[in-house]
Design a protein around this ligand. Structure first.
Ligand SMILES: [Fe+2]
Ligand SMILES: [Fe+2]
Length: 472
């Protein structure tokens, strides 16, 4: 294995693909299917060239190269983080044994399933975002959208490589299925609910990259701990790319809040819709929606499957090596969210079955960070309004709270009360129509739409008015 990618090959890679002709041929025969998926389901806006970063090396010093490329010529490739020959399994019943370079037969089905579920989300988000190019608020934002899109495409490659290299014929069939399922499709939808929701406007896109991509970060974090070393190394490298997606979401919402705050100050009103901006209460509703559907992605509060994955060493905890316990958890317990006698509460369960809750809580405290920074923007504008994460029981469709309704402050509601009041907490048709009405493309260099502030920094040291995207 080499740290630097070989770009002379049809499929750029740092896994010495040329040494395994069969695998190389199998992936080369999947490649045209990927490209026709990209043509039909990828970004719909025609472009000449986009200022993209391409992974060229996984090493410490500089792994990316920036330049204008035609998107269809983007070099999607296979990159695994460098192998640590001495890596030991960090948790579960195989703790202390050398990490696996091959898939143990007994865990084959489970590992394949985990890889397919992760793999399914990657092209799904490209499909969800397919039409956003038509309404980009600036060339800078348009470029960021496409960067996220090509990298999600590369993440699909990352998972398909594992399926082809380690899971034989079944793996190859799953790789085909990843291109056949489509976001929102009636007949063959994507596996997870949040990945079948549309991303119809840019506020949704920023919320998605903040809240839903962040779920991805946490899932990848648990797979990075896996005893199956190729999966671990794949996810480690994907996390580096994921950091940019988080940045797009975090600073995107920063800039929306910033613009709204400026106009609230200037006109001394909360009603900034007339000024071509997004009112703060609408931003809050979008936040409520995206946060709550993303919480669902972590699954039920308790799961024996996940307990088994942990014990087997397939999937660890977030930052497993920083946890100060025995990394077996057989004797530990955790308090998880539950409905008790009809009331929102908590109940004590074995730590192993509560691992979804552990991960969801790590995610929640990370999300608090965003809310803090957006509130700082409001504070600095001299405004007293604040954004908030809704209660964990709010608008849930998965887990303990799926069967009940709750307000953003965690007050239990009857179905009737929920129906009456949900319009003040979740985007209404009217809110969506207003946001939609603001979505006009701004393709002129250095210009920006009315509802969002320009970014503080450009990409790779370039100014905001750089020609990030060249349109035909
Ligand atoms: Fe991804
Ligand atoms: Fe992502």
């Amino acid at each position: 294995m080499t740290a630097t990618a070989d770009y002379t090959e049809k499929i750029p890679n740092n896994v010495d693909l040329h040494q395994d002709r069969r695998l190389q041929r199998a992936l080369e025969s999947w490649q045209p299917n990927f490209l026709s998926w990209w043509e039909s389901m990828g970004p719909a806006l025609p472009t000449d060239e986009v200022y993209l970063r391409t992974a060229v090396s996984v090493g410490r010093e500089g792994w990316a190269q920036f330049g204008h490329v035609a998107m269809r010529d983007y070099r999607w490739g296979i990159f695994l983080a460098e192998r640590d020959k001495d890596r030991m399994i960090g948790f579960g019943e195989h703790k202390g044994e050398p990490a696996w370079q091959k898939v143990p037969g007994e865990y084959r089905a489970d590992l394949q399933r985990l890889i397919v579920i992760q793999g399914d989300t990657e092209p799904a988000s490209v499909e969800q975002q397919r039409n956003l190019g038509a309404t980009a608020p600036s060339l800078y934002d348009l470029r960021n959208l496409f960067q996220v899109n090509v990298e999600e495409g590369r993440h699909l490659w990352a998972m398909v490589y594992l399926l082809h290299a380690f899971f034989g014929r079944e793996g190859r069939e799953e790789a085909e299925e990843l291109l056949h399922r489509n976001s929102g499709s009636e007949d063959s939808p994507r596996i997870l609910g949040a990945f079948n929701e549309e991303t119809p406007d840019w506020l949704s896109f920023f919320m998605f990259t903040y809240f839903t991509d962040r779920d991805g970060k946490y899932q990848l974090g648990t797979l990075k701990e896996s005893a199956f070393d190729p999966l671990s190394r794949t996810c480690e490298f994907m996390l580096k790319e994921e950091a940019h997606h988080m940045m797009v979401g975090t600073t995107g919402i920063d800039r929306v809040v910033q613009r709204t705050a400026e106009l609230m100050r200037e006109y001394d009103t909360d009603e900034v819709a007339a000024q071509g901006a997004i009112p703060l209460d609408v931003i809050q509703k979008y936040l409520n929606f995206h946060y709550s559907v993303s919480l669902d992605l972590f699954g039920g509060e308790t799961s024996t499957n996940v307990a088994n994955y942990y014990t087997a060493g397939l999937k660890g905890r977030w930052l497993e090596d920083r946890r100060r316990d025995d990394h077996l958890l057989a004797d530990d317990s955790i308090s998880v969210d539950a409905v008790i006698d009809g009331e929102i509460g908590e109940t004590e369960v074995a730590a192993l079955v509560g691992l979804n809750t552990d991960l969801r809580r790590e995610y929640i405290s990370d999300c608090e960070g965003g809310v803090k920074r957006w509130n700082k923007i409001l504070d600095e504008a001299g405004l007293s309004q604040r954004l908030k994460l809704p209660h964990v029981a709010f608008n849930r469709r998965v887990g303990a709270f799926a069967a009940i309704e709750a307000s953003p402050s965690g007050e239990r509601l009857s179905a009737d009360e929920w129906e009456q009041r949900k319009g003040s907490w979740l985007p209404t048709d009217q809110d969506k129509a207003h946001v939609h009405s603001l979505m006009h493309p701004v393709y002129e260099r250095g210009k920006i739409a009315s509802w969002i502030a320009p970014p503080r920094n450009g990409i790779n040291g370039q100014p905001f008015d750089y020609d990030y995207v060249r349109l035909p």
